[in-house]
Design a binder for this molecule. Structure first.
Ligand code: NAD
Length: 310
């Protein structure tokens, strides 16, 4: 069996690495960034008695059509709706050479309506679509502890994809029909986006008032203010050595991608006529932070830096 993986960025690199490390499947990978595929094909993997170096089981595709032609499963991990749309539907895209019965798993976070449209076209072309966005960040991708939120046509297609997803995550949850995974993910990230800003404000205020940031975080994390942003990816530098904030906000989840997700939630709410006051304000704050180019590509916890500059 061959697994095709498209998008070897901050998340995709580790997800694909866990896939090849933990399964006997061959892999074919593609990224428009040649550095990304080069880095992946050079990863150090242990030798196995049956198949020699696992790296020999990694092939780099020259284009998406070539990847589709060789794959039984395809996983896409791309930034935004437009990238997933063009990867599938574009000229020489995945659908141009899709084999009948190929399982097409999109783990990118994209607009639910776009995801459902792409899934319909995959079905028309003989493929089996699933939306399976993730939560857990780059640290979760590296440790294979991601949570997958899955939308699929039925439980047997979900169970089939689950065996692959479990190689990259510790929780694989069926959320409902096609698109349901994206809906759940968008709601989660809307909450995360506001929680990160709230955490950054609390850390900034306490620190300015003279409290030691590590002590402040320790108390918050044993109190009612505790959340993922305070406990796992605290935005204040040097509170958590492994958090992006302690390496000048490099790696992690880019502020521009958080802005994208906040906008996805606002768009979804517009169609349901639900006013999202806090999410609207948070979206504006990430918009301002992104306008400072330096922060757009940094981890979204760099909103702490933006707050401190004001
Ligand atoms: P990233 O920008 O680091 O990686 C995306 C990769 O896709 C890049 O290597 C880029 O070169 C490649 N790419 C772009 N267009 C392409 C195309 N047409 N064909 C092939 N490759 C293409 O992004 P990321 O942080 O890995 O996030 C990917 C997705 O996962 C996004 O939808 C994001 O919202 C979601 N996500 C990210 C995190 C996180 O912590 N980074 C967490 C959960 C979900």
């Amino acid at each position: 069996m061959v697994v095709g993986f498209v998008g070897l960025g901050n998340m995709g690199f580790y997800m694909a690495k866990n896939l090849i490390s933990k399964s006997p499947n061959d892999m074919i990978v593609y990224d428009i960034n040649k550095e990304a595929t080069k880095r992946f094909s050079q990863i150090e993997l242990e030798k196995t008695s049956d198949s020699g170096s696992k790296n020999a089981r990694i092939r780099v595709a020259n284009n998406l059509a070539e990847l589709a032609e060789s794959s039984d499963y395809i996983i896409t991990m791309l930034p935004e709706s437009a990238h997933v749309k063009s990867a599938y539907l574009g000229e020489n895209g995945l659908l141009s050479k899709l084999k009948p019965g190929t399982v097409c798993i999109d783990s990118s976070t994209i607009d639910t309506d776009v995801s459902v449209q792409i899934s319909s076209t995959i079905i028309e072309n003989g493929g089996i679509p699933l939306d399976a966005p993730v939560s857990g960040g780059v640290m979760g991708a590296e440790a294979a502890t991601l949570t997958f939120m899955v939308g699929s046509r039925n439980s047997s297609e979900f169970e089939n994809a689950k065996s692959i997803l479990e190689l990259m995550g510790s929780k694989v949850i069926h959320c409902g029909d096609l698109g349901a995974g994206q809906t759940v993910k968008i709601c989660n990230n809307m909450l995360l986006g506001s929680a990160m800003i709230a955490t950054a404000e609390a850390m900034a205020l306490g620190t300015k008032l003279g409290v030691d940031p590590k002590l402040l975080a320790t108390v918050i994390n044993s109190s009612s203010g505790r959340c993922w942003s305070s406990e796992v990816s605290n935005p204040c530098p040097d509170v958590l050595p492994n958090a992006p904030s302690s390496r000048d906000y490099s790696g992690g989840f880019a502020t521009k991608l958080m802005l994208k997700d906040m906008n996805l939630s606002l768009n979804a709410a517009k169609s349901q006529k639900i006013p999202l006051f806090l999410a609207s304000l948070s979206t504006q704050i990430y918009g301002h932070a992104c306008a400072e180019n330096e922060l757009a590509n940094k981890d979204f916890s760099s909103v702490y830096k933006w707050i401190n500059k004001k």
